[in-house]
Design a protein around this ligand. Structure first.
Ligand code: G6P
Length: 607
């Protein structure tokens, strides 16, 4: 989603900012812009890729060592240059970039119009520049504080004023802002990966805080201008993750990283002698977890499907009552959160606005809130009572792959931890650990089939619709597989519980509407084999993801992809891999922009 980079120091600001924007490209955007304060203020904007902005900037060679830049993902108004950020006030002295949504912008616009302000874009952001102008009396920080007191909604902003050529003002409510403090220079961004090549010394802004950034220095205050002391922390962003290496796309690279993803998720977290998991991040709340009776998992997108899978695993390994809720719907329910309810927020980015809002609501109601997050130091990681990091590394492909694997692995570890404090036997715990340890090599084995899966994609790529079916553990896998095909190959795909197929989707089946059936030999095998027969009886084509030795299935399905045998709760870590590869190859064959699919954003920071 939208991205912000800001720089003040001694370097050529345009280079630092364009480089930062490129590192934010993976988040998804549709236009970009930059403002630099040099001998003359410079603003450039472009629709489409950052490369288009870069071309303009290199031609025009703006001078200056202070500036702000932005990638915009359109919310209010189409992706045009007029709507791209930075936005300016009437006098052209203030430049402002913004992530988030100003909810009362129509009212504010009416008031400002009444004062004579004239607007040139359709955005809510432009209102902020004019609000700051209206409050400005020579002190930009004070003007930003005063302006933001009138704002309802969410924002992460960076603001420049031509009269303050050594100062950037930043503020946050709901949209992340991280400051980077270097030697004689300072940076800020909505995502640490945009600034980590310059400094590893960072400071996270909290909601309703304002920062004044000067070369090598920062000052934080509240909107009411009370001073806030905050220390600098060191971050570790793996810059190697920005390199493609031998791979044509980040998504393929990340699919192939998954053996290591699982290794990183389980490293140091398995206790063989007691058949249990060790999760340091949950130790402070272990007592409450052991007493919990009710678990509610909240998340969005792929993280939601990981949560759906987590429900089956928690129910199998513990006696908890488990609910899984879309974070965007959580707040509309009348929740009866008791003392022994635990809410688990799952998020790769740790910034998804709906998940953040859901966890705040759960905290307000007194629940213990734990997180399962990939991005270290992100808002969800900081706002939960306790949690576990995925350690999946930077994920650049917008469609989530390795994060899903690590979320599912760690959910299994969490269930094992709680299960062993209840009825789960040592032997069951130990067997699960052994099965998890084999997963990385089993994934390596599946990945060797990538070329075969590409051939299968060639055979089916012209289908306009696809059905994905699975039962029990494989039902969320079917949902995730269908999501991948929709997201990156733009092929309509329905994920369905196999048993529900005859209550609707079977009406769609014909030779042009193929089915991907996820059908390893597990406790639900016989039933899903019957579902495949029902599809075949209607001339539907079937690709089966199955386990070796199943001769009956080979005669039932048109095509079979094999994955190794493992325990039922662990099987999704294997069956999802061919589905990721299938979606990837279909997308490449269709000429789609695999890593940056249209209209999608990596981190969705608006509700
Ligand atoms: C966006 C991304 C998805 C992701 C979802 C939830 O839609 O494109 O890949 O699954 O957000 O994101 P989170 O960071 O909370 O896991």
């Amino acid at each position: 989603m939208c991205g912000i980079v800001a720089y003040v120091g001694h370097q050529d600001a345009s280079r630092v900012l364009i480089d930062g924007l490129k590192r934010l490209e993976y988040r998804g955007y549709d236009s970009s812009g930059i403002a630099i304060l040099g001998p003359r203020p410079y603003v450039a904007k472009a629709v489409g890729k950052v490369a288009a902005l870069e071309r303009k900037v290199w031609q025009e060679k703006p001078e200056g060592s202070i500036g702000i830049a932005h990638t915009r993902w359109a919310t209010h108004g189409k992706p045009t240059e007029a709507n791209a950020h930075p936005h300016s006030d009437c006098s052209g002295q203030i430049f402002l970039v913004h992530n988030g949504i100003i909810e009362n912008y129509l009212q504010l616009k009416k008031n400002l119009s009444g004062e004579g302000h004239v607007f040139t874009s359709e955005t809510d952001t432009e209102i902020l520049a004019h609000l700051v102008e209206s409050a400005y009396q020579g002190d930009l920080e004070a003007a930003v504080q005063k302006a933001l007191l009138q704002v309802e909604g969410t924002y992460g902003i960076a603001v420049l004023h031509v009269s303050n050529p050594h100062q950037i003002i930043l503020a946050r409510r709901g949209s992340p802002i991280v400051l980077g403090i270097g030697n004689g220079e300072s940076l800020a961004a909505s995502d640490p990966s945009a600034i980590a090549q310059h400094t590893d010394q960072v400071v996270y802004l909290e909601d309703n805080e304002v920062a004044r950034l000067e070369p090598g220095k920062f000052f934080i205050s509240t909107l009411q201008n009370r001073r806030v002391d905050r220390s600098v922390t060191a971050i570790d962003v793996d810059m190697g993750s920005h390199e493609l290496g031998e791979f044509p796309h980040f998504m393929l690279k990340e699919i192939f990283e998954q053996p290591e993803t699982v290794e990183n998720a389980i490293r140091g977290r398995l206790n063989h002698s007691e058949g249990v998991a060790k999760l340091g991040g949950l130790e402070s709340v272990l007592d409450r977890l052991e007493q919990a009776r009710h678990l509610i998992i909240v998340s969005c997108g792929t993280s939601y499907y990981a949560g759906l899978l987590g429900r089956y695993v928690f129910e199998a390994l513990t006696d908890l009552t488990v609910e899984v809720e879309l974070a965007s719907e959580f707040r509309y329910r009348k929740l009866n959160l008791r003392q022994n309810t635990v809410v688990l927020a799952i998020s790769q980015s740790g910034e998804t606005a709906d998940t953040l809002a859901a966890l705040r609501e759960a905290k307000r109601k007194g629940a213990l809130v734990v997180g399962l997050v990939n991005v270290v130091g992100s808002s969800i990681a900081r706002e939960t009572h306790a949690g576990v990091y995925c350690h999946a590394g930077l994920e650049i492909g917008v469609a989530s792959t390795k994060s899903f694997l690590s979320q599912v692995t760690i959910l299994t570890l969490m269930a094992l931890l709680i299960g062993r404090s209840r009825d789960l036997s040592y032997e069951e715990g130990f067997n699960l650990i052994r099965a998890l340890e084999k997963v990385p090599d089993q994934i390596r084995e599946i990945l060797t089939q990538s070329d075969q899966i590409r051939k299968l994609a060639e055979k089916y790529v012209d289908a306009r619709h696809f059905l994905y079916i699975g039962r029990k553990y494989q039902y969320p896998v079917a949902l995730e597989g269908a999501l991948k095909l929709k997201e990156i190959a733009y092929i309509h795909a329905e994920g369905y519980a196999a048993g529900e197929m005859k209550h609707g989707p079977i009406a769609l089946i014909d030779p042009s509407f193929p089915t991907m059936a996820i059908v390893p030999e597990d406790s639900s095998y016989e039933k899903i084999a019957s579902n495949i027969q029902e599809i075949r009886a209607r001339d539907g084509r079937v690709i089966a993801v199955a386990t070796p030795g199943n001769t009956r299935l080979s005669s039932l399905a048109d095509d079979v992809i094999l994955v190794p045998h493992t325990l039922d709760p662990v099987m999704p870590l294997l069956t999802v891999i061919p589905l990721q590869l299938f979606a990837y190859h279909c997308a490449v064959l269709r000429g789609c922009d695999v890593d940056k699919p249209r209209n999608l954003a990596k981190s969705v920071t608006v509700e």
